[in-house]
Design a protein around this ligand. Structure first.
Ligand code: VGL
Ligand code: ZN
Length: 189
């Protein structure tokens, strides 16, 4: 396992490591639960280095427009205050974690943790210039977050070992898009 090298100005962003995106959940991603030990390793290193840890959560109202019943692409998932929307029990979030809630809007989905959450401003308030991103799903919310991070002017590193895609093709396509946008990938180092 490669050593984790944080520097001043880093932040760790865990994207939607929630029960519904893991096997047994409403929108299960193959091996989704398998990333939790790796995320825990990054959390431990971040806490030891004084690097702020952010965790986003998909947090939908009943009948959200992203649900199939409303013509959207997804089965109902991450309903507010349900077990499915809870962070995975194997994830060891530190007391200092900063939670980012998204997917609450009635009029549009928010795949990116940056989308109308104020996350970019909050990162700047913490003097962050580079974000390390892992979580679920690689081809949906992780990719959207990484791409928006680049647009907002941050250096972005994808933690390849700590993410899984909904589909393999989606995973490949999103990886290409992220690389084209200047996202670095841990497995390339
Ligand atoms: C996500 C599908 C629908 C994700 C959220 O967190 O990647 N995927 N809503
Ligand atoms: Zn969603």
């Amino acid at each position: 396992m490669p050593a984790i090298q944080f520097r001043a100005g880093d932040a760790l962003i865990l994207v939607d490591p929630q029960n519904d995106f893991c096997p047994g959940g409403a929108l299960p991603i193959e091996g989704g639960d398998g990333i939790m030990p790796e995320l825990n390793r990054w959390i431990d290193a971040a806490v030891a280095a004084g690097v702020p840890v952010f965790a986003s959560r998909d947090w939908h109202p009943e009948g959200h427009l992203s649900f199939e019943s409303q013509g959207g692409p997804w089965p109902p998932h991450c309903l507010q205050d349900t077990e499915g929307a809870a962070f995975h029990p194997a994830l060891k979030l530190p007391a200092s974690v900063i939670k980012v809630t998204k997917g609450v809007r009635f009029d549009q989905d928010q795949n990116s943790a940056f989308d109308q959450t104020g996350l970019a401003e909050e990162l700047r308030r913490h003097n962050v210039s580079r974000v390390w991103v892992g979580g679920l799903a690689q081809d949906v919310c992780v990719a959207a977050t990484a791409l928006d991070g680049r647009k907002a002017g941050f250096d972005v590193v994808l933690i390849a070992e700590a993410t899984r895609p909904v589909t393999p093709e989606g995973g490949r396509e999103s990886m290409q898009k992220m690389r084209e946008a200047g996202v670095q990938v841990t497995s390339d180092a």
